[in-house]
Design a protein around this ligand. Sequence first.
Ligand SMILES: O=P(O)(O)OC[C@H]1O[C@H](OP(=O)(O)OP(=O)(O)O)[C@H](O)[C@@H]1O
Ligand SMILES: Nc1nc2[nH]cnc2c(=O)[nH]1
Length: 177
Amino acid sequence: MIQVLDLKFKEYITAEQIQARVREIAEELNTKYSGKNPLFLGILNGSFMFIADIFKNVNIPCEVSFLKINSYQDTSSTEKIKELIGLNQSIEGRHVIILEDIVDTGRTLDYILRTVLAQKPASVEVATLLYKPSATIIPVPIHYVGFEIENQFVLGYGLDYNGYGRNSNSILIKVDE
Ligand SMILES: O=P(O)(O)OC[C@H]1O[C@H](OP(=O)(O)OP(=O)(O)O)[C@H](O)[C@@H]1O
Ligand SMILES: Nc1nc2[nH]cnc2c(=O)[nH]1
């Protein structure tokens, strides 16, 4: 059992499973985006490890940029999306690949997609490490899913509980007491 602040967690997806799946997704992207000079748009904070590991395994010419969005407090969505750092470069005419750590209710991704599409990119796809289909309230298009997971709070590999627990190589799941 692993304690983070006042909650208990156990290992759910190992570091090896994550790295293997990230390499598979990066390979798909290498093939699909060859010759297209894609722009990876990483959604901070939670995705920073996923962004880095995808980027290390992508071997075609490409760029990376970041959006910083926040809506979670404790273990649930505040339903209020805060944009803390916005887009700082033009994405018009670019092939954009959004990199998210997790799609839960879908609210964050819905907001991001509206923001991105307003700037007339050539195309937009979404890659998320984790997807909770049974938690989704706003349906959003997702093209690359690392792992579909159950509707329970998770952390690690960049994902936090009130700022803590991001520095785990594996994904941990909350244990009910
Ligand atoms: O589908 P949703 O219910 O909108 O949840 C998904 C979002 O929640 C997390 O962000 P969080 O607000 O925790 O910010 P952080 O990434 O900075 O920790 C995660 O990184 C996603 O962006
Ligand atoms: N850490 C964490 N952040 C989230 N944001 C949306 N769902 C989750 C979750 O299960 N864990």
